[in-house]
Each structure stands twice: as structure tokens, then as C-alpha cells.
Design a protein around this ligand. Structure first.
Ligand SMILES: [Zn+2]
Length: 179
């Protein structure tokens, strides 16, 4: 979501609870671009990533940015020493092309394996989205945490910004091994 990278105003935030480093459990806290974490969505398409991203944007009414390796700087800016130590390890992903990671086969299996690997590493969270609620008069579900009928999205992962390259590596190696 673009707002995590370029907030629309300085007080912009979403509400989160039970982040990995939360001192208090089950309490809603502010979450914005200053957090060391970021929420990212990883999904598959049989077309170009930008076309799929446009569809998500239109559905959810939130602006989105493709944060693949080409846009890594939006997520995490390395400091001078880190850049120096990584000089020999250029971003070199076997399956990165046209702003996405591609497979030749097993698209669904590759996606579910990537999701599982990320879930094992980072855990899982549901995202309650006010943007794509079609009918605001719909009665909230009984288990809705806000007593609203916000749409619930899965497939979002809370990752440490400084570990974004590890996420790229998980995606790339899964594409190589299974796809
Ligand atoms: Zn949505």
C-alpha cells in the first residue's frame, strides 16, 4: 500500500495489534511508515504484475506500489556500510523479469509454497479493509472485531523492512525449485 511508503499526511496510520514485538497483547496500536515492519501482499497472476495490481487498486480503493527488487529503495534504504558489504552481492534473481517473478509451471503450487514459507517465518495476519466494502449497509459479521462489515484480506505478510531481500530470495528460490 502506497500509504505505508508515502503517507498522505503526517498523522496517517492504520491500527494493528499483536505485532511480533508488542509489549501489550490484544491492544490496538498505531502503525505507520515509521514502523520497522511493513505489510506486503504476495499474489500470482497469469498476466503482467501491473495489470493485476491495478485490479487490486480498483477493488480496494487503495493506491498500491509494486515493491519488487526494482523498487527495493522504497522499503529499505541501506546505509553506507551495508551497501559496501553488499557490493559483491548484486540483486541477481534468476526468475525476476517484467517486475515480477515468473514460473514455467505449477503457478498455484508455487504461490501456496511461498505463502507457507512466509507464514512459517513471519506469521499470519488478517487485514480488515474499509476500502472494498461494496455495500456499507451490510450487517457486520458476528465475529467482526470492530462491529463493522469490513472486508477481510488474507495473503498479507508483516515483514521486517530490512529483511525484504530475504523475501525476494524465498520467492525466487521457490520459483526455481518448483516452477
Ligand atoms: Zn480491500
Amino acid at each position: 500500500m502506497s500509504n505505508f511508503i508515502q503517507p498522505p499526511h503526517k498523522n496517517w496510520s492504520i491500527q494493528v495489534k499483536n505485532l511480533p514485538d508488542a509489549k501489550i497483547r490484544d491492544k490496538w496500536l498505531q502503525f505507520n511508515n515509521k514502523s520497522p515492519y511493513i505489510l506486503v501482499k504476495i499474489g500470482m497472476t497469469t498476466r503482467f504484475p501491473d495489470q493485476r495490481i491495478k485490479e487490486w487498486e480498483n477493488k480496494c480503493n487503495h493506491k498500491l506500489i509494486n515493491v519488487g527488487p526494482r523498487n527495493k529503495r522504497f522499503i529499505y534504504k541501506q546505509n553506507f556500510l551495508e551497501r559496501l558489504s553488499c557490493l559483491s552481492i548484486q540483486d541477481n534473481y534468476e526468475r525476476y523479469r517484467d517486475d515480477g517473478f515468473f514460473v514455467n509451471k505449477n503457478l498455484k503450487l508455487v504461490e501456496s509454497s511461498i505463502h507457507k514459507a512466509l507464514k512459517d517465518k513471519y506469521g499470519k495476519g488478517d487485514v480488515y479493509c474499509s476500502g472494498c466494502l461494496v455495500d456499507k449497509s451490510v450487517a457486520p459479521k458476528k465475529d467482526s472485531p470492530f462491529n463493522t462489515s469490513y472486508n477481510v484480506h488474507t495473503e498479507w505478510f508483516l515483514i521486517l523492512k530490512k529483511e525484504i531481500e530475504q523475501v525476494y530470495n524465498i520467492i525466487d528460490s521457490t520459483c526455481v525449485n518448483l516452477g
